[in-house]
Write a protein of this length. Structure first.
Length: 144
């Protein structure tokens, strides 16, 4: 194994968000995409990954409504939201925030067995902070 050269991941990730791009990292060995971006491939263990713009298309596999203890004050301007397990079209799975989810919509999704539901990545500027972050929006077809 050769020397591992580490580059800054956080700065380029946030700089790309400012340009309207959502970046992950792609493994040159097995093709797996990591998001949020990390240095090493979680699939094959390769110690090098390359920057890769994700499509933003994803599925939400679970829905957890925020409770008093898990509700974040900085999200109050975001409208209705939920937490859940997100799977990108490119394969990466992680926990994320999904806007547009209400208790009523969650109930309908669960009663009708619609999981996983379609969601789409969005770049969100939180009020009071000078950086953007990635959230997901519930597909419009579930909002009716």
């Amino acid at each position: 194994m050769g020397e591992v050269k580490l580059e800054k991941i956080v700065q380029p990730f946030y700089e790309a968000l400012e340009e309207g791009k959502i970046m992950g990292r792609k493994c040159p060995e097995c093709g797996a995409v990591e998001f949020p971006p990390v240095y090493a491939c979680n699939t094959c263990g390769c110690l090098h990954t390359d920057w890769y713009e994700i499509s933003g298309n994803a599925k939400m596999h679970s829905i957890v409504m925020p409770a008093a203890l898990s509700s974040k004050p900085d999200y109050k301007d975001m409208g209705k939201y939920a937490y859940g397990e997100i799977e990108l079209e490119e394969g990466a799975r992680f926990n994320g925030v999904v806007r547009g989810m209400t208790k009523k919509i969650r109930k309908k999704i669960m009663e009708e067995g619609l999981l996983p539901v379609d969601v789409h990545a969005a770049i969100y500027q939180q009020p009071g902070v000078d950086y953007k972050t990635v959230v997901f929006d519930l597909d419009e077809k579930y909002l009716q």
